[in-house]
Design a protein around this ligand. Structure first.
Ligand code: OAD
Length: 251
């Protein structure tokens, strides 16, 4: 981690008026939740078209649900890490105004973040494929595939699959936050899945400063004002302390 970029980024973020964060799978990696791309990523072992599309679900709901049940089991054992906690604390301090995440694991809320925009849905939300029944669950599903308690149709995970539109309300909120942002903190995303991946570019085009935290370069790095290389927990700890120091608050 380059300490001069870290100091400069901490100063810019501490002075910002409307800081918005965008997170991806990399922020939950150190909590033990696998990422999608890169070495050991889910899309190296599993095929998107067999597990994360509406067609796959129609073809083989048991297979798709077994995969989601397995991911629910991993996530239910995971705990928010310091990077999640730092974002929750930045919001509590009044600096971070909104947190846009592509993650479906719910770890941001568990860390205490309030204004969370879940662009790709939430794995803990189940919804019926026929009626308007929906529920939040706290433990992995038992029965696979789970059925609607109202109409007995199949329930599906409340996540966005490839080929599906993003939830309209969340997307609108995300664009609103980005249009107001004067600083954007991007943590642990490859930035290749649209439209989430282009939000930092939109913010930048509107004059926001973009600070990126990642273990490696991403699609966002070429235009990031500050690229802080390192693991999310370590960089966010240093960045959080730097921001607190500049705001005269104890971390
Ligand atoms: P990816 O798996 O594409 O990227 C994870 C990013 O996190 C990479 O850029 C890694 O370098 C970085 N990373 C890994 N470990 C890290 C660590 N400890 N600290 C910091 N960075 C780390 O995940 P996303 O960008 O979130 O969509 O993927 C976007 C979307 O693609 C997901 O929401 C999912 C997936 O297909 C859907 O399911 C719709």
């Amino acid at each position: 981690m380059d300490s001069s970029s870290l100091d400069a980024a901490a100063s810019v973020l501490a002075k910002s008026k409307h800081l918005v964060a965008l997170t991806g799978a990399g922020i939950s990696a150190e909590s033990g939740v696998p990422t999608f791309r890169g070495r050991g990523g889910l899309w190296e072992k599993y095929k998107v078209e067999e597990l994360a599309t509406p067609q796959a679900f129609r073809r083989d709901p048991v297979k798709v649900w077994s995969w989601y049940k397995w991911r629910m089991e991993i996530i239910s054992k995971a705990r928010p890490n310091f990077a999640h906690v730092a974002l929750a604390k930045l919001e509590e301090m009044g600096l971070l105004k909104a947190l846009i995440t592509q993650n479906v694991d719910g770890l941001h809320r568990r860390a205490g973040s309030k204004n969370v925009i879940e662009l790709h849905g939430c794995i803990w939300r189940l919804r019926c494929t026929s009626c308007d029944y929906a529920e939040y669950i706290e433990e992995p599903v038992r029965e696979v595939p789970p059925r609607c308690p109202r109409c007995r149709s199949l329930l599906r995970p409340g996540v966005v699959w490839f080929g599906e539109a993003l939830p309209e309300r969340e997307l609108k909120r995300a664009y609103q936050e980005v249009s107001r942002a004067d600083a954007m903190l991007v943590v642990g995303t490859s930035g290749v899945v649209m439209p989430a991946g282009m939000l930092p570019l939109l913010a930048k085009e509107r004059g926001a400063v973009v600070v990126e935290v990642n273990v490696e370069e991403s699609a966002i790095t070429p235009y990031a004002d500050y690229f802080l290389r390192g693991r999310a927990t370590e960089v966010m700890k240093a960045l959080f302390e730097g921001i607190c120091e500049r705001l005269g608050k104890s971390p």
